[in-house]
Design a binder for this molecule. Structure first.
Ligand SMILES: *Cc1c(COP(=O)(O)O)cnc(C)c1O
Length: 443
């Protein structure tokens, strides 16, 4: 029998060996959740099942999902074809090491990725999470320049309000304030931050918007390896939707000054913004591209870093001659098999109409939130709807209101936002938008 140490704490359930706790009690006491306090954790709801756009709770409620489990479950939960792909693969083999071995699921998913990706992407590195895909992209960029005899090009430039993951190199390019760089000042690489793009999607592009980045390139290009940016939508760093011309200018600056362009499409990829990739709004191709989140349709963790032939050859030129990265679960066959089926679903192209319909409905139904005194801004692009408030919201309180209204929406800071599965029906989407309006109206 295990012994579980009891820590004195007045706000957490304490128990002694042999006590019976419910799952949520045990969870609250012992399990970390994303971005949550160990001493004052937000309430968690126990899930017993999910299908389509519905999430079922142990308490008996059914919630309409507004989050796609953080951009991932684009086809909805418990999808028969994705299930089938997982079943077929698990009956063959779940995993083999990728060092020296390959398999059909990995080949299929990489073939599809290259067929879908912007022009010029030729090589795929399969990673096990988005953050790792970003680490790999940054490492490729640094190694590329080191192998060209330019070790002085070792810094990364990026706009503020970015989010690229939680591992250390990824953190170094997240927004310095949101990413709490001061806390890790001694360990994080000091990157170069440009102001966040200001011109909104759909406005007239203002030349002033790109000037600070131009100045930084002119001043620092000799030490810059790469620019990393989330195309068109800055996600977790503020849910900001900016003008594609900014991205186009980024491409031009990178070309002019010999800097690699890394597009982090982990959130924006696979149709979420109304185009297959965020890059497509600006008709540009990056040198390195990160994909993740929706890659397996939200079934399991898998990510990919794609690059051009030039980058791949550059990285492996001279010493050490190889790219030094290889996760244990690289190319996991189960994840690849599901991803290949998810990409096949995307290639059937229903997403385009679905995302376009969601966009129209979000624009119509979220607009009235803009009339609420607590609301600063409402913005929509593709299947993403954002309501920004003046003050940070009380997440626990709002979440309770949302659950009562039969929806799953997880706000953070001043952002109440939704990015539902593409398969959502108009009535269910209305339930989400009405819940946002009423929750903010009450608050
Ligand atoms: C979520 C996200 C990541 C990190 O992905 P994980 O799988 O959570 O490690 C990186 N970049 C962007 C743009 C993201 O949205």
């Amino acid at each position: 029998m295990h012994t579980i140490r009891v820590v004195n704490s007045d706000h957490l359930p304490t128990f002694t060996n042999g006590d019976i706790l419910t799952n949520t009690e045990f969870d609250k006491r012992h399990i970390w959740h994303p971005y949550t306090s160990a001493t004052h954790p937000l309430p968690c709801y126990e899930v017993t099942g999910a299908e389509g756009v519905n999430i079922h709770l142990a308490s008996g409620e059914t919630l309409v999902d507004g989050m796609s489990s953080w951009w991932a479950a684009i086809h909805g939960y418990n999808h028969p074809r994705l299930n089938q792909a997982a079943h077929s693969q698990i009956d063959k083999f779940s995993h083999v090491m990728f060092g020296g071995l390959t398999h059909d699921p990995a080949v299929r998913v990489c073939k599809q990725l290259l067929a879908m990706a912007p022009d010029g992407m030729e090589r795929v590195f399969l990673a096990d999470s988005g953050s790792v895909a970003v680490e790999v992209a940054l490492k490729m960029a640094l190694q590329y320049w080191a192998c060209q005899g330019r070790p002085d090009k070792h810094r990364i430039i990026t706009p503020r309000n970015g989010y690229h993951g939680d591992t250390f190199a990824a953190m170094s390019v997240c927004d310095p304030v949101n990413g709490m760089h001061s806390l890790f000042a001694e360990v994080l690489s000091r990157q170069i931050f440009a102001p966040a793009p200001q011109t909104r999607f759909g406005q007239t592009f203002s030349e002033d918007d790109i000037l600070p980045l131009e100045e930084l390139f002119a001043r620092h290009h000799h030490e810059i390896a790469a620019l990393i940016i989330e195309p068109v939508v800055q996600g977790a760093g503020g849910m900001r939707i900016y003008h594609p011309e900014y991205l186009k200018r980024c491409r031009q600056l990178c070309d002019t000054y010999d800097v690699l362009l890394i597009c982090d499409e982990i959130a924006t990829g696979f149709g979420r913004t109304g185009k297959l990739f965020g890059c497509d709004h600006a008709q540009i191709s990056p040198d390195i591209m990160c994909l993740g989140k929706a890659l397996t349709g939200g079934y399991m963790t898998l990510a990919a870093t794609l690059c051009t032939e030039d980058v791949a050859l550059g990285v492996c030129q001279g010493e050490p001659g190889v790219f030094m990265h290889g996760p244990t679960f690289m190319g996991n066959p189960l994840a690849c098999a599901v991803a290949a089926e998810s990409l096949a679903l995307i290639q059937e192209n229903h997403w385009q109409q679905q995302v376009s319909n969601i966009e129209t409905q979000l624009q119509q139904e979220l607009a009235r939130c803009g009339e609420l005194a607590c609301v600063k801004d409402v913005r929509v692009l593709g299947a993403i709807g954002v309501v920004e408030t003046h003050q940070p919201v009380d997440v626990a309180r709002l979440q309770k209101i949302f659950v009562k209204a039969g929806v799953w929406i997880r706000p953070f800071n001043k952002l109440v936002y939704i990015m539902p599965p593409y398969i959502i029906k108009p009535e269910a989407l209305s339930q989400l938008t009405a819940a946002i309006y009423h929750a903010l109206h009450e608050g």
